[in-house]
Write a protein that binds this ligand. Structure first.
Ligand SMILES: Cc1ncc(COP(=O)(O)O)c(C=O)c1O
Length: 394
């Protein structure tokens, strides 16, 4: 059977994406009812959504904002990160995880991943701590919680704040504790490829009331009351106490998020079923390694990444990627090590800094994984992988 990339018939005609949103009639109704209400922004649905995030994560406070990036920025602002502060960040992540440090004038210090799980390596974290280190930003890569017990011990020993970039991991848990309550601050994204979407949106969870209050000001220009609160008290007076931004999320977005959150358990269940099917499929394919799931972790499977064993293949990752796309399977790559981006290179970060992240990047492919993915979508993906790997096997 010739590969589609060589002119053969593709496994499927319409490309299966690697991730996509799942919107129901109930979601649409929830948005419409807010559009018909008095409050489009800073209204009661923002608080209602935050209350749902608190329920799902077990944290004491949730602050909703208009992106995962804003959530990370607010977390850094809550900690008053500034010039001279060093923040340890996992190298294999989306640029926003470290950009938030730069927004505040701090210095990101990239740390390598554990090659087995692809999450931040606690042993490497200890090696880069200096008197300037203020916090660690761990990434729950693909939906797997990072090693928070080891990271928590390090943070305590060195008096550091532990931040979870949990943008991939809502609905996951570690040793029975929900993502969102595993670190001092946890950030979430509600972009359409994530488990729960608000179109664009994000949130931060914490148990610290001062940080929560500060992040509420921060998302509203640093002003200490919002329209809704002033409406309640009948006062016009407000004060800007710190330099904030407009990171407010609308009420109709929050209505969508709240409605979506009701289906989070179903979404995780379906993702776990698909992951189990993939795991079984790859068990007898030595050309591919599936990252390990840590003991005690409940993986939220935002992504299903695999590592190609290039010594067993005649081609590199780019060719496998292109061949799978030609077969109609929308694979992707998460992530280019952040400091490889030209912006970071100009700041002086060098190739070779995090060898495990760099090696993983050369070999990674994210396969389709989303709640609405059907069994026949899975079968198409498996057939395309079988076809491509058989053609390129050494
Ligand atoms: C790990 C990680 N952090 C942060 C973000 C930023 O989230 P957003 O796109 O909502 O700003 C993303 C989004 O892709 C992400 O995957």
């Amino acid at each position: 059977m010739s590969l589609a990339i060589d002119g053969g018939t593709p496994v499927r005609k319409n490309r299966l994406p690697y991730g996509r949103q799942d919107i129901t009639d109930a979601d649409i109704e929830a948005v419409i009812s807010v559009l018909r209400s008095d409050w489009l922004t800073t209204g009661p649905m923002v608080e209602a959504f935050e209350a749902e995030i608190v329920r799902v994560t077990g944290a004491k406070y949730a602050v909703a904002v208009n992106s995962g990036t804003a959530a990370l920025h607010a977390a850094m602002a809550a900690l008053s990160i500034g010039k001279g502060d060093e923040i340890i960040v996992a190298a294999l992540t989306f640029a926003a995880s470290s950009n938030c440090v730069l927004y505040q004038g701090g210095t990101p210090v990239f740390v390598d991943i554990d090659p087995a799980t692809l999450t931040i390596n606690p042993t490497e974290v200890e090696k880069v701590i200096t008197p300037q280190t203020r916090a660690i930003v761990a990434i729950d890569y693909a939906g797997q919680p990072a090693d928070y017990s080891a990271l928590g011990e390090i943070a305590q020993k060195h008096n550091l704040i532990l931040v979870a970039d949990a943008c991939h991991a809502i609905g996951g848990s570690l040793d029975g504790r929900s993502v969102g309550s595993l670190a001092d601050l946890s950030t979430f994204s509600f972009h359409p490829v994530k488990h729960v979407t608000t179109g664009e949106g994000g949130a931060i969870t914490t148990d610290n009331p001062e940080w929560a209050a500060k992040m509420r000001y921060f998302r509203n220009h640093g002003i200490t009351t919002d329209h809704h609160q002033r409406e309640k008290t009948g006062s016009w007076y407000y004060e800007m106490q710190l330099l904030g931004y407009n990171y407010r999320i609308t009420d109709f977005q929050c209505a969508l998020g709240k409605s979506q959150l009701q289906r989070l358990p179903e979404s995780i269940k379906r993702r776990k079923e698909l992951a189990a099917q993939y795991d079984t499929f790859f068990a007898n394919m030595p050309e591919i390694t599936v990252p390990k799931v840590r003991k005690g972790a409940s993986h939220a499977y935002h992504l299903y990444p695999v590592l190609l064993n290039l010594d067993r293949l005649k081609v590199g990752r780019r060719q496998v990627f292109e061949a799978l796309r030609a077969e109609g399977i929308g694979v992707n790559v998460h992530y280019i090590p952040v400091y490889w981006h030209p912006y970071y290179q100009k700041l002086g970060y060098k190739h070779g800094l995090c060898p495990a992240a760099e090696d993983a990047y050369e070999r990674l492919l994210s396969l389709p994984m989303f709640a609405a993915m059907s069994n026949s979508d899975f079968e198409d993906t498996a057939a395309a992988i079988e076809k491509v790997i058989s053609a390129y096997r050494r």
